[in-house]
Design a protein around this ligand. Structure first.
Ligand code: NAD
Length: 479
């Protein structure tokens, strides 16, 4: 695959910045080095924050229509670069073209939806006063992003931040800096200097953003342990934070489903992007009466999931994106083997893929509830199936987690599914559909899956202060 973009830069104060220090991302399919990327220094961060702070008052004062006009120009540029963005996503993430296309398509959906929004202002007439609630931009926002869907998760923060009048500095994961830096660079001449910047850095950059006194808000998507650190460290400046964290999403299968149809969808949901998705199905609870038949159908469906090179026409999943995550998934598999759990394997990894971080899809057949593969987020192509009989007992088991991101419930009887959905301790539930966040829906986690939320009609408020103006009603007399 030939890529026309081969140089990658930080964007600070309306200009690209050459690196003093560099790092390299690795292609997870071949483990080969990709292109050099800059490592931002603490001075780079200070420069970017100072530029954003200077740009903020004028940017916050532009009208929403002006900001939308610029976003539309940006959207047209991103749309025109779809093919190259897909190529780059496959190289840095290892994902097949179909998954990269899905991600880029979602980026465009995020643009389309956010261009329809406005911030609702509320006006209430009381006897003695008028109450106006308005929303004002917070200031400088740092968007700290993960590696699994680097482009859509970045754009999902950038659009609401810019449209509400905030300035935003994006920090990609050091594992996947390329598409993010490029998408920031593509906007260079569209927005005023300092409004939209991008910094790749090493492990010190995120913490430095979290404690920086002139950053008003951290919008973070990533793991629970990092989210906990951010919550603790942002206290020193009382920063606003939104934390979109990990989960351990359950799929609940009622006895009345069409087994082969639903089993296929569950396998897709567990293995999309090789399981590296925050709302991938990570535990499958199947009614005992159909358990054996459902597992057999799922194992059949797994034979159609082909791991391969992004350019391969057959490939439906790629490798694990990075070595630390690969080691975590392998450790989980080893733990299953050590305990003697029954493993049902998907299609074997082809020999010519050795050297890449590929993991054979694996279903773990009815391990104990206390097993690591049930309790922990795998974030890889491995998932347990479990039996259930009694609804109350099922709900207790599904809710017995520290996290609460998403879940799905499957039944021909939507009322029964909905009754279960309403009792799940999670931020989003999908009934009879694969878990897929969309820009129209508020997305948030319960329990340790996050603080606050983003997207949907109210998602913009995460980037705003509320201000209430009380205006005394004139009684005809002068003050
Ligand atoms: P991670 O927490 O390791 O890293 C995320 C980002 O945080 C990276 O940019 C990293 O450089 C930065 N970072 C690391 N330490 C930091 C610190 N102390 N302070 C500030 N920033 C710091 O997560 P990851 O491995 O990139 O992503 C995988 C995790 O993300 C999974 O748990 C997954 O479920 C979760 N995730 C959640 C959502 C969601 O919307 N809820 C979406 C995608 C992924």
């Amino acid at each position: 695959m030939k890529i026309s973009w081969t140089s990658f830069h930080n964007v600070i104060n309306g200009a690209i910045r050459g690196p003093e220090q560099i790092a390299y991302g690795l292609n997870p399919v071949t483990s080969e080095k990709l292109w050099p990327v800059p490592i931002a220094s603490s001075k780079d961060l200070d420069r970017a924050v100072a530029a954003a702070k200077e740009a903020f008052p004028a940017w916050a004062n532009t009208s929403l229509e002006e900001r939308k006009d610029m976003i539309m120009t940006y959207e047209a540029r991103v749309r025109a670069a779809q093919g190259e963005l897909m190529d780059l996503l496959t190289l840095e993430g290892g994902k097949p073209r179909s998954v990269a296309a899905f991600e880029v398509d979602f980026v465009l959906r995020w643009f389309k939806y956010h261009l329809t929004l406005a911030l609702d202002e509320e006006k209430v007439e009381l006897q003695d006063r008028t109450l106006e609630t308005r929303y004002t931009p917070l200031g400088v926002v740092a968007a700290i992003c993960p590696w699994n869907f680097p482009l859509v998760l970045t754009i999902g923060k950038v659009l609401p931040a810019l449209l509400t009048g905030c300035c935003v500095i994006v920090k990609p994961s050091p594992f996947t800096p390329y598409t993010t830096l490029k998408i920031v660079e593509m906007a260079l001449d569209i927005f005023p200097p300092g409004v939209f910047q991008g910094l790749n850095g090493d492990d010190s950059l995120g913490p430095a953003m979290v404690t920086h006194p002139d950053i008003a808000k951290i919008s973070f998507t990533g793991s629970v342990p990092t989210g906990m650190k951010i919550m603790e460290q942002s206290g020193s400046t009382l920063k606003r934070i939104t934390l979109e964290l990990g989960g351990n999403d359950a799929a609940i299968i009622l006895p009345d489903v069409d087994i082969s149809k639903v089993a296929k969808q569950i396998v897709s949901s567990a293995l999309l992007n090789a399981g590296q998705m925050c709302v991938a199905t990570k535990r499958v609870y199947i009614h005992t009466s159909i358990y054996e038949r459902f597992v057999a159908a799922a194992v059949d469906a797994m034979q159609e999931v082909v791991a391969g090179h992004p350019d391969s026409r057959e490939a439906t999943i790629g490798p694990i994106q990075n070595k630390p995550q690969y080691d975590r998934v392998i450790a989980l598999l080893e733990d299953c083997k050590t305990h003697g759990y029954t493993l049902r394997a998907g299609k074997q990894i082809a020999e010519n893929l050795e050297g890449g971080l590929f993991v054979q899809p694996t279903l773990v057949d009815n391990p104990p509830d206390s097993s690591r593969v049930v309790v922990e987020e795998a974030f890889g192509p491995i998932f347990p199936t479990l039996k259930w009989t009694d609804t109350e007992e099922l709900l207790a088991r599904v809710n017995a987690t520290e996290t609460g991101l998403g879940a799905s419930v499957w039944s021909c009887n939507v009322e029964s599914a909905s009754a279960i959905a309403r009792r799940l301790e999670v931020g989003s539930v999908w009934i009879n559909m694969i878990e897929t966040p969309i820009p129209d829906a508020y997305f948030s986690g319960h329990k340790r899956s996050g603080i606050g939320g983003e997207w949907g009609r109210h998602g913009w408020r995460a980037y705003c202060n509320a201000q209430v103006i009380h205006t005394m009603k004139s009684k005809g007399s002068r003050l």
